[in-house]
Design a protein around this ligand. Sequence first.
Ligand code: FPP
Length: 241
Amino acid sequence: MTSDQHKQELKNAPRHVAIIMDGNGRWAKERGLPRVAGHRAGTENLRRIIRAGANLGIKYLTFYAFSTENWSRPKAEVTGLMRILSEVIDRELEELNQEGARLVHIGHLEGLSKVLQKKVQHAVELTKDNDRITIVLAFNYGGRDEIVFAIKKMLRDGVKPENVDDALVSQYMFTKDIPDPDLVIRTSGELRTSNFLTWQSVYSEWYFPEVYWPDFNEEELRKAIEDFQSRERRFGGLKES
Ligand code: FPP
């Protein structure tokens, strides 16, 4: 690819892409494997999508890894997902840091084991000054929960009703220093938003590829971005004349 073509591709590229990594269970089932094997395959995929995203100039990549509703899954699956998070940090943190990636966590750390909480906090602290790409990990995250939590905090802070506006509420979200997602991708063909970035995604473009998350490769990401580039975002206004 020539550098001109490369630049062309980056024109109007989304700054923030958020992904609902759906379909791991079905991917595993089709292969006669346990669900956790699907999550493991999905974890392998994180690496290549982060790399591809950074090369495409995406500055923020958010991954929905564990929702506040996922606690109701079978115990073995919940334990498996906790273990995966722990192993991923052990295995990838050093390289992530060297590559200039910043890790941010959104959601609640409470509920995770003390050891895992410490691991996440350490990873966030270690990478906080990196600026090539920001990886936002939504773990024990729910969009409604985030809004409820924000309201409680505003009340506790004694915020006056007349001072409440969009900008202030955004500051009370876990994502307070992160721009809203331009593009949200949900793999596997399911057409739901499932409590993901409820406040932040109101003007996002949504994209629903039919492939399961472990099969969502660089080519699929490129297709998603090309689709995004062909859309006209109006944010409730009119087409520019
Ligand atoms: C949804 O697929 C996926 C999840 C609930 C978990 C996603 C987690 C990963 C890809 C592992 C990476 C995570 C960490 C901790 C870094 P599903 O299980 O609902 O699939 P199904 O709809 O086919 O059953």
